[in-house]
Every structure is written in structure tokens, then in C-alpha cells.
Write a protein that binds this ligand. Structure first.
Ligand code: ARG
Length: 287
């Protein structure tokens, strides 16, 4: 019998703190991932109204959402998840792989600096923030293969003083960890196994034997690029089995239409950087 069928508890949401960036200057004018095709028209207005529904839903669910000012000429800045990794008063600001996004880092250094975070600095190694670093309970899951480099994993481990588990991505469609894996609750995740190298697949299977495994059809609509507060899971509209499986496990799901931003290869999670003020569910951090 699957765990889904025996799940009887009630899911508890914990209020979260997110940082988002309005897609005021959103467009697709370069291509740094396989989803981006500058010849297809992408509209900032459509992006903005879809983004706003996501923003308002997070607020309606009781979460705090802060905003960082969008900069002209930085069309991918809407994908705030990439700006930093922020845990317990410490923020490690991104060092982007591609020059088109590199200037975004200055905005995040300023944002965290002005708000009195205890320790703020830019990563020395290529590090694309929560795109590749996801906090799962007391550990941090970290992706590499396309953007973030393995040395950045060690750097984050030292900076945050918590274990970082490295995972290698092998399918260019899933170029950031958060396109292939989502943390649902401290020790509960969902992922698409086909995105990972065999050793990483084995590692995930050993660490998370009860994980929700997504199929390719749900991964390609960015179903894994989801945001969970422990009870509510926000994921893109259009998944086939994923939302149903999550509901079977006691989660409340919300379909979010984010099609315009998907033209840049970003979805629900990419738009939200979680400011983890608690280092994990039990220990309080604080910023
Ligand atoms: N166009 C952006 C890029 O390629 C999309 C970033 C998506 N963000 C994410 N957290 N997966 O960098």
C-alpha cells in the first residue's frame, strides 16, 4: 500500500517570508536555457498579471512577501529565487554564470545589507541562489551540472555551517535544481528522477524513500518548480498526476498560471526566494 493511501495526518502550514520581484522589465531577448526563444513574443504585461496572482495568493495564505526593485535591462530579475540563499540571518548572494544576469547580484547585496542581515556577502563561486540550493530540514540540497559549480556547494556548507548534499543534474531542460525537485516539508520532497545523474538518483532514493516521484510529463510543465508552506503547494497549472498525488498525501494544491514567465524557463518557485528566518523547523535563527 502506498504511503499516499495511508496518510492520515493533517498538514500544518508555517508562515513563510518570501522575497519577490515584479516583472516590470520582463522580456525574452537572449537565450541562456533551452526554454528561452527570443523569436517568441513574451509580454511584460501578461507576465505581471500572472505574477500578481501568485504574489496575492501567497499573501492571502498568510505569508509575508517583501519586494526587491526591478532594474531596467535585467529581464530575468523576476526570478528572485536566484538572487541568494538566505538562512537564519545569513545571506549568501548569487554569483551568476551568465553575464546577462550578473548585475542582479548588486541589487541583492544592497537589499540584504540595508535590512540588517547579520552576515551578507556575495559567493566566490558560481552560485545561482535558491535555484540550486534548497533547504530541506537541517540539510541543504544543492544542484550542479549547468549553473552552480560544485565548489559553491562547499562554500555554502562553510558559510551556513550546515550539511550540503550535492546533486548532479544531467538534462538541460532542468538546469536548476528547483526545476526538478521541490521541498514539500522538512524531510519530504518531490522530484523527477530523470533529471539526475544515476549516483544522485541513488542518493535521493536513500535519503527520501517516500518522496513523490514525478513523471516527465509533469516535470516538463515545471510541476516541480513549486512552493510549499508545509500544507499548501502552489504549482503551475497543467500537471497531469502531480497535483492529485499531493492531495492524496494531504496537501492542499493551488494551480497557478505562469505561462508567460515559463517562456523564460522560470515558474512559481523561480519567482520566490524564501527568507528562511528559522534555520529549520525546530531551531530559531532570526534576521
Ligand atoms: N531565464 C532565467 C535563467 O535562465 C530563468 C531562471 C529560473 N530560475 C530558477 N530558479 N529556476 O536564468
Amino acid at each position: 500500500m502506498s504511503r499516499a493511501m495511508v496518510y492520515q495526518g493533517s498538514r500544518v502550514s508555517r508562515p513563510r517570508h518570501y522575497l519577490m520581484c515584479r516583472p516590470t522589465h520582463f522580456e525574452v531577448v537572449y537565450s541562456i536555457n533551452p526554454w528561452m526563444d527570443p523569436s517568441r513574443c513574451a509580454s511584460a504585461d501578461a507576465g505581471l498579471s500572472q505574477w500578481k496572482l501568485l504574489h496575492d495568493l501567497l499573501v492571502d495564505l498568510g505569508h509575508t512577501v517583501d519586494l526587491i526593485e526591478p532594474s531596467p535591462g535585467l529581464p530575468d530579475m523576476v526570478f528572485a529565487a536566484n538572487g541568494a540563499v538566505a538562512v537564519g540571518g545569513q545571506a549568501l548572494v548569487a554569483r551568476f554564470r551568465h553575464e546577462q544576469r550578473a548585475p542582479e547580484a548588486a541589487g541583492y547585496l544592497e537589499w540584504f545589507g540595508l535590512r540588517g542581515w547579520r552576515e551578507v556577502r556575495q559567493a566566490d563561486f558560481v552560485n545561482e541562489g535558491e535555484g540550486d540550493f534548497l533547504q530541506a530540514g537541517s540539510r541543504i540540497l544543492a544542484g550542479t551540472g549547468f549553473r552552480t559549480e560544485p565548489k559553491a556547494h562547499r562554500e555554502a556548507e562553510e558559510f551556513f555551517g550546515r550539511p550540503v548534499v550535492g546533486l548532479t543534474l544531467i538534462d538541460p531542460r532542468f538546469y536548476h535544481l528547483d526545476t526538478a525537485l521541490a521541498v514539500l516539508d522538512n524531510d519530504e520532497i518531490m522530484y523527477y528522477p530523470g533529471a539526475f545523474a544515476p549516483e544522485s538518483r541513488d542518493l535521493l532514493a536513500a535519503l527520501y524513500p517516500d518522496a513523490v516521484l514525478a513523471e516527465e510529463a509533469d516535470a516538463v510543465v515545471f510541476g516541480l518548480n513549486a512552493v510549499s508552506d508545509g500544507r499548501h503547494v502552489l504549482l503551475p497549472a497543467g500537471t497531469r498526476n502531480l497535483a492529485g498525488e499531493l492531495r492524496d498525501r494531504g496537501f492542499v494544491t493551488f494551480d497557478v498560471t505562469i505561462a508567460e514567465l515559463l517562456k523564460a524557463g522560470g515558474g512559481v518557485k523561480c519567482c520566490t526566494l524564501e527568507l528562511h528566518t528559522h534555520a529549520d523547523s525546530t531551531a530559531a535563527g532570526g534576521s
